[in-house]
Design a protein around this ligand. Structure first.
Ligand SMILES: [Fe+2]
Ligand SMILES: [Fe+2]
Length: 143
C-alpha cells in the first residue's frame, strides 16, 4: 500500500530532475519523509513524531521557496499555479501536524498524502518545470 517503506525511498531514476540543487533537496525531503515513516512503524512517541514532522515541514517550506525562485529565474509560465499547490501541501501537512499533536499518532491518510506529494507532485508536476526549463536553456543555447 501507499505507506510501505519502499514507497518513501529516494530513487534518482524515478525522481531525479537533472537539476542538481533541486535533486539534492528532493533527496533530503524523501529522507525526512522516510524518517517520519520509520518512527511511525516503530510506534515512536508523540514528541519524536512531532519533531520529525516538524523537520519535514520546515525543510519543505525552504524547498518550495527554492523551487519558486528557480521557476521565477527560468520564467516558468505555471509558477503561480505551482506556488498555490505548494501552499496547499503546507496547509494540509499543517492539519496533519495538528492532528498528531492532538492524538499522538499519524493516520494512514497522512502516508497516502505523502505518497501523492512524492509521486504526483515531485515526480509529476516538478518534472514539468524541469522539462520546461531544460527546453528554455536549449533554446537560449541555440540562439
Ligand atoms: Fe519539489
Ligand atoms: Fe513543487
Amino acid at each position: 500500500m501507499a505507506h510501505t517503506l519502499e514507497f518513501i525511498k529516494w530513487d534518482r531514476a524515478r525522481y531525479g530532475l537533472d537539476i542538481p540543487a533541486i535533486d539534492r533537496e528532493h533527496e533530503s525531503l524523501v529522507e525526512l519523509m522516510g524518517t517520519v515513516h520509520t518512527l511511525h512503524q516503530a510506534q515512536a512517541g508523540r514528541a519524536a513524531l512531532c519533531a520529525a514532522l516538524g523537520d519535514l515541514l520546515a525543510f519543505a517550506r525552504r524547498h518550495f521557496a527554492t523551487e519558486e525562485a528557480y521557476m521565477a529565474r527560468t520564467a516558468y509560465a505555471e509558477l503561480a499555479g505551482h506556488a498555490r499547490l505548494h501552499q496547499q501541501i503546507l496547509e494540509r501537512a499543517g492539519t496533519f501536524a495538528a492532528e498528531l499533536e492532538r492524538t499522538g499518532t499519524l493516520s494512514h491518510e497522512f502516508f497516502d498524502f505523502l505518497a501523492v506529494w512524492l509521486h504526483g507532485h515531485m515526480a509529476g508536476l516538478d518534472a514539468q518545470y524541469a522539462v520546461d526549463s531544460a527546453g528554455a536553456a536549449a533554446r537560449t543555447a541555440t540562439r
